[in-house]
Write a protein of this length. Structure first.
Length: 81
């Protein structure tokens, strides 16, 4: 059957840290190079001016997807980039 889902888009926030880290841990990025997913999740959730978090069911729900970008120049000391 058909399942209807409403998606909502939110600005990143600190409360999304655990969802962002879980999404990073599930991705195939870890296969390419070892990285500190906690540090990368911190960078993404602290950057509220850039990025979007996709959720279903409201702001308090876990993130289903994360879209963002980070400046390699600004974060060149980061071990996770």
């Amino acid at each position: 059957g058909l399942i209807e889902v409403d998606f909502e888009f939110f600005d990143p926030c600190a409360e999304d840290f655990h969802s962002a880290r879980a999404l990073l841990q599930q991705s195939n990025l870890l296969d390419a190079a070892p990285m500190d997913t906690s540090e990368l999740a911190d960078l993404l959730t602290e950057q509220v001016a850039v990025g979007t978090v996709l959720k279903s069911g409201g702001k308090e729900e876990p993130a289903l997807a994360y879209l963002s970008c980070l400046s390699l120049q600004q974060h060149k000391a980061s071990a996770s980039l």
